[in-house]
Design a binder for this molecule. Sequence first.
Ligand SMILES: [Zn+2]
Length: 72
Amino acid sequence: MNRDIMIAAGMKQAVERFEDGLCATCGNEPGVFKDALSRREYGISGMCQPCQDMLFDFELFGFEGEEDNETI
Ligand SMILES: [Zn+2]
């Protein structure tokens, strides 16, 4: 997680959660991850598995038709 950028973006609470070992998005314990990729994603975005799944669904169905989607 890039701490300075997150704080500059007004996400101080998310940074504090992450530093407490919690999910930056929902504030719950991150718990178990599906695979190494998801665990690595937690290190980058601070999101627990359910939050990652939610974002993935959102990206999958939320931006249908756009061509510049990033592949995680
Ligand atoms: Zn979460």
